[in-house]
Design a protein around this ligand. Sequence first.
Ligand code: TUI
Length: 306
Amino acid sequence: MKTRVTELLGITYPVIQGGMAWVATHELASAVSNAGGLGIIGAGGAPASWVREQIQAAKKETDKPFGVNLMLMNPEADEIAKVIAEEKVKVVTTGAGNPAKYMEMWKAAGIKVIPVVASVALAKLMERGGADAVVAEGTESGGHIGAQTTMTLVPQVADAVSIPVIAAGGIADGRGFAAAMMLGAEAVQMGTRFVVAKESTVHENYKQKVIKAKDIDSEVTGMSTGHPIRVLRNKMTREYLKKEKEGATFEELEQLTLGALRKAVVEGDVMYGSVMAGQSAGLVTKEETCAEIIQEIMTDASKLLK
Ligand code: TUI
């Protein structure tokens, strides 16, 4: 299936893997790229040296294009932005902020820049700043989220910009893919479905928690702190939401979440850790290889789109 996104990135299928902190390592990214999609290494909150090692490992595992996601709240964001340019990564996506200050350096290095946006205003600003495409991410997503739904955001962004739009948030199968195309997207980005991929190195407990999740099993913590994060419900979210309702301070709430994602992904503590996942977790029911995931989605979507 050819779209402006497959042409822009030199990939076979218009399927991009979300650059999830702690989850999107070189193993997952190279597997998605080798399966014909675009794999992405998630810098998350990691140091620049780790990001460089991940990029170099992925280069050994695939000769296909792959990307890096720069989470803009990372304290080493400036250094990571430079590493991305030095290593001449093909594609960069950004999240949780405005990447304008890095745009010139990345464009000069020949890197395709795809900011993740949660509003029409930021999408327009990014297009004016030279972005090659945008990911329009709805509130159905896991992790750090905006407020608009995918259903309403994607067509409004598609109307507002002329660069290609990639839909994200709530998409986990061929039906979601086909729907995204109908809304004006030219590719999809999926996170939650790839969390449980065979090549994903997250702890087995994390995978099982996503696989067992039903439609209503996610919660949003941090509404009051200005950092809303969608996670699967557990002991930590119950305690967090209770404290948040009681008007706990930012510091108190931070105490509960500090290092919580690592705790869940690496240690497998899915009771007190932060199990970030999107509302599509209810659609994710089994562990498969990245190639199986992409093939199934493309087969089902092609039938529907015909
Ligand atoms: O970035 C994401 N999702 C993420 S990042 C992340 S790592 C993290 N871990 C612990 C605490 C906080 C973060 C987990 N999930 N998605 C892309 C995304 N970006 N969604 C929404 C936005 C966004 C929000 C506000 C982009 C820009 C923005 O404001 C722009 C501005 O003007 O500052």
